[in-house]
Every structure is written in structure tokens, then in C-alpha cells.
Design a protein around this ligand. Structure first.
Ligand code: GRF
Length: 201
């Protein structure tokens, strides 16, 4: 079975959507472990309720970012992980972890990259005044929200949108897009050619 490690820092709605779709037989994968940097993350409760192993690596327990990433890499390496999924993981993934899983870490970002990388992509898009925004699933490389794009979904920005209403519209799409990307990768349909991600029809 295609073995996932999911990393989440907070609410965990993307994590929940992955688990629910796995349980419904729509995503051919298993979640081996949920890793969080935040002991209070809602995602941890959801994992426990669904019998999924959890692990917490608090940043403050390590002297440097690198050491934090190294500890997570050392923890994940022996577990036979096929794909690491960043589902609302609010930290930058650094070399030790990237090198342990080359081209095997994906992230979901709540904007149409390369526009509006970094924090609060939805607010950035609204304040910039774009008429269309959306979400992006991409492979993680050594730059923030930068690696090759796997899938994107667009949503309109409505006249009366606030950050909250736009975020909610985007989130609905996130909950479909990330499981779809995982499915395509698990089925061996995704190939990276430089910056272009080729998907077998
Ligand atoms: C999502 O908007 C995701 O795109 C971003 O962080 C948020 C996480 O939400 N990276 P949740 O924890 O999955 O509910």
C-alpha cells in the first residue's frame, strides 16, 4: 500500500479530507503517521480518533531549524514512507528532510502559484484585487511555495468577498485537490520533467 506521512500544524481540515477519502476507498493510500510541530493541533485529535499514529516535534525542543528537520527526517526515514504530504504545515521544510525524500514531499497552498506565495495567500490575493484565485498542489523544493506544480484549481473572487469567505471557497477546492494529487502520485501517473509535471491521462 502507498504509505503517507502527513504533516499538519493546526486545524487539520485538509488532513481530515485525506483520511475520509482513504476510508471511503477513493484514495489508494494509508496514513502511516501524522506529524505535527504543535501539540495543540486539532489534526492530532482527528488522527487519534481514526486510529492513526501521531508524533509531535516541537520546534522549541531543538536548537536550530536544521536540527528540527533532521529529527523529523530520522523519524520518518525507517518507516517506508512513499510520500510526505504537507497539509497546513506552517514551517519551512529544510535540507535534511528534503534530502531524505527527494521529489516525494508535496504541499498545498491557498493561492494560484507563482502568485501570492508565503503566509495568507488568500488575503494577499484579495488585497491585490485579482478576480480569480484558487489553490495549488506542488512538489516541495528548497524555496518557499516554489516547486513544480502538480494540480491547480481556480475559484472566482466575488464582489463582497472577505478574507473569510474567499478562504472558505478556496478551502472547499483544497479538500478535493490534495487527495486527487495523492491519488495520481500513488497510481504512478505523475512524472517530473524540470519544472513541468506530466500527468498520464
Ligand atoms: C490551508 O489553507 C492550506 O492551504 C494552508 O494552510 C491551511 C491549512 O488548513 N497551507 P487546514 O489545517 O488543513 O484546515
Amino acid at each position: 500500500m502507498f504509505n503517507l506521512a502527513v504533516m499538519a500544524s493546526g486545524r487539520g481540515s485538509n488532513f481530515a479530507s485525506i483520511v475520509e477519502k482513504i476510508e471511503a476507498g477513493e484514495v489508494p493510500a494509508v496514513v502511516n503517521v501524522l506529524v505535527s510541530d504543535n501539540p495543540q493541533a486539532k489534526a492530532l485529535e482527528f488522527a487519534r480518533a481514526h486510529g492513526i499514529e501521531t508524533a509531535v516535534f516541537r520546534r522549541e525542543d531543538f536548537p536550530t531549524n536544521k536540527a528540527h528537520n533532521q529529527a523529523i527526517a530520522d523519524f520518518l526515514r525507517p518507516r517506508g514512507i512513499d510520500l510526505v504530504v504537507l497539509a497546513g504545515y506552517m514551517r519551512i521544510v529544510k535540507a535534511p528532510l528534503l534530502e531524505a525524500f527527494p521529489n516525494r514531499i508535496i504541499n498545498i497552498h491557498p493561492a494560484l502559484l507563482p502568485s501570492f506565495p508565503g503566509l495568507e495567500g488568500q488575503r494577499q490575493a484579495l488585497e491585490y484585487g485579482v478576480k480569480i484565485s484558487g489553490c495549488t498542489v506542488h512538489f516541495v523544493d528548497d524555496r518557499v511555495d516554489h516547486g513544480p506544480i502538480i494540480l491547480q484549481a481556480a475559484v472566482p473572487v466575488e464582489e463582497d468577498d472577505t478574507v473569510e469567505t474567499l478562504s472558505a471557497r478556496i478551502l472547499k477546492e483544497e479538500h478535493k485537490l490534495l487527495p486527487r494529487a495523492i491519488t495520481l502520485i500513488a497510481q504512478g501517473k505523475v512524472r517530473v520533467e524540470g519544472r513541468r509535471v506530466r500527468i498520464t491521462p
